[in-house]
Design a protein around this ligand. Sequence first.
Ligand code: COA
Length: 177
Amino acid sequence: MQLPSLQTPRLHIRPFQTDDITAVHAYTSNPSVMEYVPPHAMSWQQTQDFVAEQQGPEAQALAIVHQQDHRLIGHIIFHAWFAPRTYELGWVIHPDYQRQGYASEAAHAILSHAFTTLQAHRVIATCQPENTASYRIMEKLGMRREAHFRQCIHRGGDYWWDEYFYAILATEWSAQS
Ligand SMILES: CC(C)(COP(=O)(O)OP(=O)(O)OC[C@H]1O[C@@H](n2cnc3c(N)ncnc32)[C@H](O)[C@@H]1OP(=O)(O)O)[C@@H](O)C(=O)NCCC(=O)NCCS
C-alpha cells in the first residue's frame, strides 16, 4: 500500500527515511514506551531493520515529525487488515512529546485519509486494557469498543494479556465529521 504524506496543524506525517534511525531508536529502545508494542524494546539492529522495512513495499508505519521542532517524535501504524477496504491503526510517541495531543492529531489525520482518499469501509485498533492513553485515543476518534478478549496474548509462562478491540465504520465517521 502506498503510504501518504500528510500535514496537520502541528505535525508532518510522512514515510520513513534512512536518516530517521537515531530519532526512532530514542523511543523504540525505551522499555516503558514499548511495553505494549511488539517486539517491545528494540536493539539498534532491530530499529535499523524497522526503519528499513518501512521504506519498502511492506511498509506499515509513518513517521510523525514535529513541524516547529523539526524532530521525529513518533510513528503511526497504518496498514491493510483482513478484509477489503479495512485497515488497522496504531501509535507510538516519544515520552518528551506525550500528553500533548500529538497521537490524537496524527491518528485523526490518518483516519480522515483512510475514509476520504482510500474509501475505507472500516478501521480497527487494539490495545491492552491497562493502556488507557491508547484506548482514549480510539474513543476520541469515535471508535467503538467491539470486544474485550480475555487472556488472548501469551506473554510467557502463565502470563496472558487481555485485549480491547475497537473499530469505526465509514458511515460512523461521516456521521460525526
Ligand atoms: C499511547 C500514546 C501513543 C499516546 O500518545 P499521546 O500523544 O500522549 O496521546 P494524546 O496526547 O493524544 O492523548 C490521548 C488521550 O490519552 C490520555 N493520556 C495520554 N497519556 C496518558 C496516560 N499516561 N495515562 C492516562 N491517560 C493518558 C490523554 O489525556 C488524552 O485523553 P483526553 O483527551 O481525554 O485527556 C503514548 O502514550 C505512547 O507512545 N505510549 C507507548 C506506546 C503504546 O503503548 N502505543 C499503543 C500500543 S496499543
